[in-house]
Design a binder for this molecule. Structure first.
Ligand SMILES: [Zn+2]
Length: 200
């Protein structure tokens, strides 16, 4: 399978409440996830860990042959909501109905969400909110999975693909939690368990 580190050094994604780039969070969590999947006997191809992937569809191209593509990200909120960022927290998962294996993508996303919930994490409702968020329809509301059909890495992948937003790093309290290595390990373990549950 392939684990993708969201963003790259040139455009490192969200800038957190404390000023740290999302790419750094993504790299730490993705590396830990890779280690846990390796321990479980899975072969993992890391994509973008050197921070040099500027072109999105190269990520899925270079993952060719993998049975699942999981892209690791950390979340923000829209500009108008940044002053209220403390109100937003939790994980979100995204799949595309344009992925050639959309059903399997959703099954894997639901499995990851179920394991995150079992580990005590709560899905964010931000992206589905029609007013404060992006009005993205839930694909599996209980497990925090949304449809995001034009999401490049989910759509361009030949294999099932899931994008994980592990938490909201523009929320200062949530960022502080996400910096805790023990909490990061719990997230990584939950994602790994979901992956193992959905792969044959
Ligand atoms: Zn991101």
């Amino acid at each position: 399978m392939a684990v993708d580190v969201g963003h790259y050094y040139g455009e490192p994604g969200v800038i957190s409440a404390s000023g740290r780039a999302e790419f750094e969070y993504n790299l730490e969590l993705a590396s830990q996830l890779k280690g846990l999947l390796n321990e479980a006997g899975l072969k993992v191809r890391m994509i973008g860990e050197r921070g040099d992937y500027a072109i999105l569809h190269y990520r899925t191209r270079d993952a060719a042959g993998a049975d699942l593509f999981v892209s690791i990200h950390h979340d923000s909120v829209r500009l108008s909501q940044l002053p209220h960022a403390h109100r937003f927290s939790g994980f979100s998962l995204f799949v595309s109905r344009k992925n050639p294996q959309a059903d399997k993508s959703l099954a894997c996303a639901s499995a990851i969400g179920a394991q995150l919930r079992a580990a005590g994490f709560t899905p964010s409702r931000y992206h589905a909110d029609p007013v404060l968020g992006e009005n993205r329809p839930f694909a599996d509301e209980i497990n925090g999975v949304h449809y995001y059909d034009n999401l490049t890495v989910a759509r361009s992948a030949a294999m099932p693909a899931v994008l994980v937003e592990a938490g909201v790093i523009v929320n200062p309290a949530e960022e502080a939690r996400l910096r805790d290595p023990r909490l990061r390990e719990r997230i990584a373990r939950a994602i790994a368990s979901g992956v193992l549950a959905c792969l044959p």
